[in-house]
Design a protein around this ligand. Sequence first.
Ligand code: GDP
Ligand code: MN
Length: 381
Amino acid sequence: MNLHEYQSKFRFADYGIPIPKGKVAHTAEEAYTIAKDIGPPVVIKAQVLTGGRGKAGGVKLARTPEEAQQCASTILGMDINGHEVLKVLLDPASDIQAEIYLGVTNDRAARKPLIMASAEGGMDIETVNRLTPEKIIREHVDPFLGLRDYQIRNLAYGIELPRELWKQFATIAKGLYRCYIASDATLAEINPLIIDGSGNLLAVDGKMSIDDSALYRQPELVEMRDTSAEPAAETEARAAGLSYVKLDGEIGCMVNGAGLAMATMDMTKLFGGSPANFLDIGGGAQADKVAVALRIILADPNVKAVLFNIFGGITRVDEVAKGILDALAEVQVDLPMVVRLVGTNEEEGRRLIEEAAIPNMVSAATLADAARKAVAAAQAS
Ligand code: GDP
Ligand code: MN
């Protein structure tokens, strides 16, 4: 789950990081009032869960409240990388002397948080990493020791930060790290962290990603979820307890277990197709869950065939087969379907499917067989 810029920055402020004192507007009129309150010049910034807003015209400078209103009315409703702008943040404009990057992320390979700084702030860090990786200073943080002072000094030294800003920088780096840990974040990033006209550091842009698996213990963050920004299918899937991620292929995958779901996706590719989604229907696979999953898969116009790949462990295959049949009684499926059922009580499960004699459904014995059939069916339909 990603947080908006304003949500990230307001949270950063709780950890002692200096941010511009801005406010969010939903309408152009509101933007006018806020701009007047703050005192121009102000920056008006699209609040969308995607990067590169600056380049897309989603960040504008206004010298008067009238101009702010005008900018807001241009930006509100704008489409940025497929995201509709419903909110704008108004910040007092900063006089930018230098743009720094500062971020904390999870380095899976090192099994440690990684804090990074660069003097090349402002542009996206992936680009800096590709073109001039040496310009990113990195320090792995031992999660048991926390971020140490010497590491902060290494960062400050590495990005050639003026000595008089080291103390401020230390406060910000420590705050960002604490915020990252306390929020169960996978990313907490300030880009740019600027040196402003009065020679102080200020977090002008902020971004946070939260580990979805930790949301159960982050009620405050769950409240911040912006469901308007995510595909409707993902919201629906989450409500039903399904893990669903939409992709752009043509084979709808209905699988139990995340690992098996990944393997199924790989197999569709191996046979020349591509998956329309990742979907883990979880254990149990009751009819109602299967039905929701089917509806979600079928709502995607790219889907040309549906592949069921079910492994019955604790969940018995015959129960899953019943679930699939009950769901098919509820949801009309006109596309070709391929079913592979293996595991506990598989004979019984297969028998149920065969007896139902659904005309557009074929069985498969192995995963390879299932994937091959699904790809062929998708190409034919
Ligand atoms: P992003 O493009 O989505 O990362 O949005 P940012 O908030 O990082 O803004 C993009 C760029 O706009 C920054 O790197 C700055 O160069 C510029 N910018 C943002 N806020 C201000 C501001 O208050 N004053 C000035 N002069 N430039 C700003
Ligand atoms: Mn930015």
